[in-house]
Design a protein around this ligand. Structure first.
Ligand code: ADP
Length: 580
């Protein structure tokens, strides 16, 4: 690429040369024209006067040369008298006998055509540059020709050409000098801008740009300096933030890995390096699978990047369990996507959870036998003949009721424990009508006692992909609650249908409803809206929790829609068998 200097200076040079050349040529040609046209006009007037004088003198034919010889003419002028047919009749300077026919002379032709003629050429006779003017007198058939030597005009033009060329050359030199200086100074400015900007791009902000000379240059200097200051501040802020995040990352106990869209490790903290038993330089730029050989972790990362949404999953690496949270980060123009994996070691929590489950299952199991025998003995006692006081009878009833309640709690706890332990359910296609029929038969006595009627709102042929017994149990729990908490003598609707590839079963009651703020915790173990009332009615506080676990085991969910005074709709969703 051409340098600024050569391009700018060459174009200046060209412009100067072309304009000076045009001006020079124009002025020389103009001067030439002015000098000649002035001379021509005067000479033509002189020719006219001469012809008038000649005609007045009434020169007889054959005496033309004698007349001309007698004339006292200015020696600068040469006069020639020519006949209509081109024969020279007289001449003040040449011998007419030596002169050829002038019929073809341009000035003669012009005069014969239009009365006057003019031409500048080298004389055939005198061999000099002459200016000819002619006047034709038609009546007399005579052409009067006056000629002057124009060598002096030519010399003047030559002199002028020389002077113009000299001035042009001097002007050109001066202009080139000025142009050279200016081009050079702009070139120096550009070089210093490049130098300073290169320093800035390399992170060196010590230099300031000082451009003097003209306002725009000062403005450019100020703008570059201000850009440098802002860049410096921004780089300092970014560096500080980077240092902070590096310190935070390295001091985190949780392993953190930063991946690009191809699962290549871009950054990794100390905890992750320790976990992967790898050095920073060895891990960087490697694929995640090369460093942590776990297919579940890679699948989670890929899914997270594909969906561009955060995901969390428990991953087991060796003997340890990690709750891995993947969060995607999009570049500002959204063309690049990267992923941050934060791994929380939940091994202890998992172990404690396992201990809790085992403890609850063991305690429930251990309590089952004594409770059964208490109930058995109390029933035996109540059936034994003999008179008992009213108080004794009351105490026996309380012991019987409470032991039965305890028995129900133990049964529910064991159901929950076995649900938590179960890995995959054996599902089958069951008609919804069969499940509802079975669940209703379990609740019928309670329903009749409260005067409650069941209403069906579903296609009985609708088929559900589920574990039959567990689904029945979930429906029984919902129906049992609707009977317990709904008003007596009211209707309970059982509705089922397909929504977005899922089958939804709902139990709708016309009870007092549940406040919004309580609905979130309703499916927790032992959570009750009104503890005293629930105990009095006889619930274990585990029914909804069991439904939630059954739903989860089916890949669906359990939920409620309710409002005070509007009744409640408890639902459970089931995935299709072919869905993942
Ligand atoms: P419980 O054995 O106490 O009924 P659940 O787990 O079945 O335990 O229910 C938890 C709580 O949810 C209940 O104590 C009750 O306060 C509330 N609840 C459940 N079903 C309904 C319903 N249909 N209408 C109003 N409240 C309900």
């Amino acid at each position: 690429m051409k340098s600024f200097f050569s391009r700018y200076f060459t174009s200046h040079l060209l412009i100067l040369l072309i304009s000076l050349f045009i001006v020079g040529i124009f002025s020389i040609l103009s001067m030439n024209q002015i000098l000649y046209s002035d001379n021509q006009e005067r000479q033509l007037v002189y020719t006219e006067i001469l012809s008038e004088m000649y005609l007045k003198a009434q020169v007889p034919p054959g005496r033309e040369q004698a007349y001309l010889d007698r004339l006292d003419v200015n020696p600068l002028f040469r006069i020639t008298l020519i006949d209509r047919d081109g024969t020279v009749l007289g001449d003040t300077e040449a011998d007419i006998s030596l002169m050829d026919n002038h019929r073809n002379r341009p000035e003669v032709i012009q005069a014969l055509d239009g009365g006057q003629g003019m031409s500048k050429r080298i004389s055939h006779t005198l061999r000099e540059s002459l200016l000819y003017t002619t006047v034709y007198r038609e009546e007399e058939g005579l052409i009067f020709r006056v000629s002057t030597v124009v060598g002096n005009i030519d010399r003047m033009v030559t002199q002028l050409t020389f002077r113009v060329s000299l001035i042009t050359f001097i002007v050109l030199l001066a202009a080139l000098l000025i142009s050279f200086r200016q081009t050079n100074s702009i070139n120096r400015m550009l070089k210093s801008i490049v130098e300073v900007v290169t320093d800035y791009s390399g992170g060196d902000f010590h230099q300031n740009l000082y451009l003097g000379g003209f306002r725009e240059a000062v403005e450019v200097g100020d703008a570059v300096n201000s850009m440098g200051r802002q860049l410096k501040e921004k780089i300092e802020t970014v560096t500080l933030q980077r240092n902070k995040s590096e310190a935070m990352l390295d001091n985190m106990v949780e392993p953190v890995i930063y991946l690009d869209s191809n699962l290549i490790i871009n950054d990794i903290n100390q905890a992750a390096l320790k976990m992967a038993d790898c050095s920073f330089s060895r891990c960087l730029g490697k694929n995640l699978l090369q460093i942590i050989r776990n297919i579940d972790l890679c699948r989670l990362a890929e899914e997270c990047l594909k969906d561009n949404s955060p995901l969390a999953q428990i991953i087991t690496l060796g003997s340890r369990h990690f709750m891995v949270q993947g969060t995607t980060i999009n570049s500002p123009d959204r063309t690049e996507r990267s992923l941050l994996l934060v791994m929380n070691d939940v091994t202890e929590i998992k172990q404690m959870e396992l201990m809790r489950k085992d403890f609850v299952a063991n305690v429930s199991h251990e309590l089952r036998t004594p409770i059964t025998s208490i109930i058995g003995f109390v029933e035996t006692l109540r059936m034994m003949p003999g008179q008992r006081t009213e108080q004794e009878e009351k105490f026996l009833t309380i012991i019987h009721n409470q032991s039965q309640r305890l028995g129900e709690i133990v049964t529910d706890l064991l159901s929950l424990a076995s649900l938590e332990d179960a890995h995959a359910l054996t599902k089958e296609a069951v008609r919804i009508g069969d499940i509802v029929e079975e669940a209703e038969s379990v609740c019928r006595m309670k329903a009749e006692a409260r005067g409650v009627e069941f209403v069906h709102d579903y296609d009985p042929a609708l088929v559900l992909c589920c574990h039959k017994n567990l689904t029945e149990q979930a429906l029984v729990n919902y129906l049992d609650n609707a009977i317990k908490y709904g008003p007596p003598g009211e209707k309970i609707t059982i509705r089922a249908g397909r929504v977005d590839n899922m089958t939804v079963i709902s139990v709708i009651d016309r009870g007092s409803g549940i406040p919004q703020d309580q609905q979130g915790r309703l499916f927790e173990r032992f959570y009750r809206v009104d503890k005293a009332r629930s105990r009095e009615i006889g619930g274990t506080g585990l029914g909804l929790s069991i439904v939630k676990h059954i739903a989860m085991k089916h890949g669906g969910r359990a939920g409620v829609e309710s409002g005070p005074g509007k009744g409640s709709r408890f639902y459970i969703t089931f995935m299709d068998c072919r869905e993942k």
